[in-house]
Design a protein around this ligand. Sequence first.
Ligand code: ZN
Length: 680
Amino acid sequence: MTTRWTPLNTALAIALCGATLAFAPAHGAGQTAAAPVADKAATVLPGDDFFTFANSAWLNKTDIPADRGSWSAMGSLAEETNARIVKLIEDLAQDKNTKGEARMVANYYSAFMNQKAIESNGTGPLKPLLANIDAIKDKAGLTRALGESVRANVDPLNNTNFYTENLFGLWVAQGLSDSTRNQAYLLQGGLGMPDRAYFLDASARMAELRTAYQAHIAAMLKLAGFSEPEARAARVFALEMAIAKTHAPRDESNDIQKSNNTWTLADFAAKAPGVDWKAFFAAAKLQGQASFGVWHPGAMTGAAALLADADVRAWKDYLAFHLINHHAATLPKAFADQHFAFNGKTLSGAPQQSLRWKLALAATNGALDDAVGKIYVARYFPAANKVQLQKMVANIVAAFDRRIDKLDWMAPATRAQAKEKLRTLYVGVGYPDHWKTYTGLTVSPVDAFGNAVRAEEFHYANEIALLHSKPNRTDWTMPPQLVNAVNLPLQNALNFPAAILQPPFFDPNASDAANYGAIGAIIGHEISHSFDDQGAQFDAEGHLRDWWTKSDLAHFQAASSKLVAQYSAYQPFADLAVNGQLTLSENLADLAGLAASYDAFKATATAGEGADRDFFLGFAQAWRSKFREPSLRRGVLTDGHAPAMYRAATVRNLDAWYTAFDVQPGQALYLAPEQRVRVW
Ligand SMILES: [Zn+2]
């Protein structure tokens, strides 16, 4: 569904800190809540409004839950899946015979749920960590503490998570131009609000948020027993304001060409003077790395300049605040409530805090992703499903390959490389070929805070260890229990976690037509991301390399512009239309995915009477959703995906849809054959 997603190991951060990545709703949007669906559905024609035609029964019976801005097939499937997983974990916790990883999972969850123990521990667990910060005497001590704070909690290319509360975030992945080894990438970080825009934007609303943020810093420090919390908060805020000014804006973080910077230790000294980088990297356990990928060079230089004449006292307050803020969920309720009051209510508009079990599960999923996944898959993902889906994937890849053969605009050399990229694509279905292990991690049934600290350190050590091993294309970046799918450009790989391979996306008892229409189109969507404006910058081995000719690119852009115009004409509000350019990659992927899946369906499956209708209905039903007005508006403004009703309208570019539903000129979705967009 997306190449841009939130890794589960930040799920807690999202749940608690709507700050980071939770702005865009899970998937585009849908019907506005107020639309008179029931009356409309009785008479709507497929050629006028295919989304409502396909989903009228669901739209009529479904209300958006009170704690949500939107609701969709994905959202409700995730909720059902989480409830099942929690039941499994609770059973494991009760069972005296539970051992090994399953016991770790049970303990992690139970400790997080044990609010009585958390209350009685008070700020005790924080104290040794705060004492370390308090012991900082000079710049050398500060450099060491900042180095020690680095965690592997960002991922700019796969899950596109750019947010870390620490000054820098580490990502370990294959080298952009050397697929034989893993590289350490450093990303900007260190802000307690989601993006530099929150600090620098001049609007009254943003100014209001800044005032609220400074008050939040003071409130957290006060809860932890600090003297003069307001004065300290002012210093922390001023420091973050200075950091924000060095940050690259969000759209620049997406630009792989700007992010492709390799720095040796000598480069750090020359380009980012002011820091003893050798000491910093030693503290971060990154000593011995010959070079780093510096994703945000400006922020690196800027942070070094800030540290050059550091006010050590302000930085100590800064480190203390972020330590407390980061661990709020496993501190007494007053901390978690204050954290929600700012990050949930003020920053995200959520009226209600998530139930504790949802936070506990998100935290457990983050700390023990594969261990939970293994338990989930064993119970809920039959081996037969995997076989059936792998067959579908092979058929859709073959259909895509035939489409590449038929592209008259693509130069032969480009075509050969596109086919090679498709031939070597790794597609993971359900769960990884090899599971992560957690040997050496201690998980206490009563120490939620300690568990969180140890799990992050454990994860960090594992990522550092990867720097001494070769990249593995079959490594997964999404756990099996996540309702999502992802394209991994450096690995030339796709992951389809088990949790999305359920109704309404996939149902072993449904017709081939319905399955190809729903999950088949999603599989095709992810495949086609390998060849879109982003994916086409990476070759079959995951090297960042320009392999399209200029004329290939020109043709691709010309065809794309027709799709931009088609989507820009959609107008969910009188004052706001869909942004065809912002949503282009995803709309292209929807179109190519639907077309390839349709081909695969026709070439291989048993298609009975009415099968084409079932195929297109299956597609539109996977996008069923409802949105409250502000949520739909925010989605149109910020989400790279078009609202769901327009994604469902992708069908109007396929000739077969017109035949299947007898769509006629004059109907709202009708396009004359020459207006239908055919890119792939
Ligand atoms: Zn996508």
